[in-house]
Design a protein around this ligand. Structure first.
Ligand SMILES: [Zn+2]
Length: 454
């Protein structure tokens, strides 16, 4: 037995050494594919300006050069987007790709989805959701819990390693909460912790908070999601500061579900990174958030044929408008995690997860947020809130990952232009072209980008 173990260790070590020769993290080295994109207009959402006739040269996964007179090497593939507008990929800062609650069988009670849909099934749903989101131009997705037993971190790994195409996932792992999580388990559920409890990691004392954060980081979380005030006994300012300090050790920020005014004040006082929902925030609290640069992911559900109410949309729009007026760094966020049989377009086709996600623009329009500020929320502010590889992903600039989207029309004039995504490139790979998904060479038989990529 010992001999076998020694042999196994030797084989694993040799395999590791061989992969090491491929480069750090198992990523291939050597000549990289060159792609030159001719952009009719290139928008910088940070400034709300556009430049005409730009060339973006992409080498491997990253942008090598951008400008009007970039030399196109002979061996580069040329992609002509000269009749379109090019923008950085979009960000949803609050969603749940491995959660889809339905009319049947769970009567839209997401409590029950945990019982009807096991984690492996939800992981496959998440893989599909991720590709649907990418098709609508979302290249970064903050996936903040309610994903069974770590379906979200598995999704990130599958995409990072190259098994399937998808956005950059910023997964939280399990939502950390005080006793009871986000709802009211029965004593049977609570005592045996095998139903519902894959969804919440309970932590009350400071020791438990430290352990819970470390567990999530260990299993691949890139952000720590907490339920700040889901119960009257919620987290104190000191508790939240401990979450922030412990998460920082793993390079993660903290995003909190906040549903009360008191909870929001504790979040602001502790200097939280992202407040999710926050529908009870006052204009005074919005001003404090702006001053402290706390990001808002207000998950603004629109009123549609398939979901929401006019009063609900009005309230969300009023809150969003107040936050925008006070200068809060607002992000595009949805909580899009349900499905029903009314989700069809005029032609009778199903709306996919990307269509449903971008449809949250309805609330932004109801709030009267200008197109350029909505585009900024959907891109650069989203990247900052997602805290994704700072200085490496976001703007279309030399040295950054090539996450590039093209649309018909001009989103600075009419934000609805972002609904019509014609082209998507993620990490330098073309996922969609001329409005059609082309992934025949993006479904791989192994972790082609290296098994160390997490
Ligand atoms: Zn949520």
């Amino acid at each position: 037995m010992l001999k076998r173990f020694v042999l196994w260790v030797a084989v694993v070590a040799a395999a590791g050494a061989a992969l090491g020769a491929q480069g750090r993290g198992g990523q291939p080295t050597g000549p990289q594919k060159l792609t030159a994109i001719r952009a009719g207009r290139l928008i910088d959402p940070e400034t709300g300006t556009a430049a005409a006739n730009q060339i973006i040269l992409v080498e491997g996964e990253r942008i090598r050069d951008v400008g009007p007179n970039v030399n196109i090497p002979q061996n580069a593939e040329v992609i002509d987007l000269s009749r379109q507008t090019v923008v950085p990929g979009f960000v949803d800062t609050h969603t749940h790709e491995a959660m889809t609650y339905k009319d049947v069988p769970e009567s839209n009670i997401y409590y029950y989805t945990y019982i009807t849909d096991p984690t492996p099934l939800r992981a496959i749903q998440a893989a599909s959701s991720a590709m649907q989101l990418l098709s609508s131009g979302f290249t970064v997705v903050c996936d903040v819990g309610n994903n069974g037993l770590y379906a979200d971190t598995a999704l990130r790994q599958a995409i990072e390693q190259g098994w399937i195409p998808g956005p950059t996932i910023i997964p939280s792992g399990l939502i950390i909460s005080t006793t009871g999580g986000q709802f009211s388990p029965s004593p049977e559920m609570y005592k045996y912790h095998n139903i519902v409890y894959p969804e919440y990691l309970e932590a009350n004392s400071h020791d438990e908070i430290v352990k819970a954060v470390r567990e999530n980081l260990l299993f691949g979380a890139k952000v720590i999601k907490i339920c700040l005030d889901c119960k009257p006994w919620g987290y104190s300012v000191d508790d939240i500061k401990l979450f922030i300090a412990e998460a920082a050790k793993g390079g993660a920020k903290v995003n909190a579900h906040v549903q009360t005014r008191d909870g929001a004040q504790r979040a602001i006082d502790a200097g939280l990174h992202v407040i999710s929902h926050g529908q009870q925030l006052t204009p005074e609290q919005h001003a404090q958030m702006a001053q402290k640069k706390i990001y808002l992911a207000s998950t603004d559900t629109p009123f549609t044929d398939y979901r929401g109410s006019s009063q609900g949309q009005q309230h969300a729009a009023d809150e969003l408008k107040s936050a925008w007026q006070k200068g809060v760094p607002i992000t595009f966020s949805t909580d899009m995690d349900y499905w029903n049989e009314k989700m069809k377009k005029a032609d009778g086709e199903w709306m996919n997860r990307g269509d449903l996600t971008i449809n949250f623009l309805l609330t932004w329009k109801a709030a009267g947020i200008p197109a350029k500020d909505t585009l900024k929320a959907l891109t650069t502010t989203g990247y900052a809130a997602a805290d994704v590889l700072k200085d490496q992903r976001g703007p279309i600039k030399a040295g950054f990952y090539a996450d590039i989207v093209a649309v018909n029309g001009d989103p600075l004039a009419n934000i609805d232009a972002v609904r019509d995504v014609q082209f998507v490139m993620k990490n330098g790979e073309v996922f969609k072209k001329n409005g059609v998904i082309t992934i025949d060479n993006l479904l791989r038989a192994g972790p082609v980008k290296g098994f160390r990529r997490r």
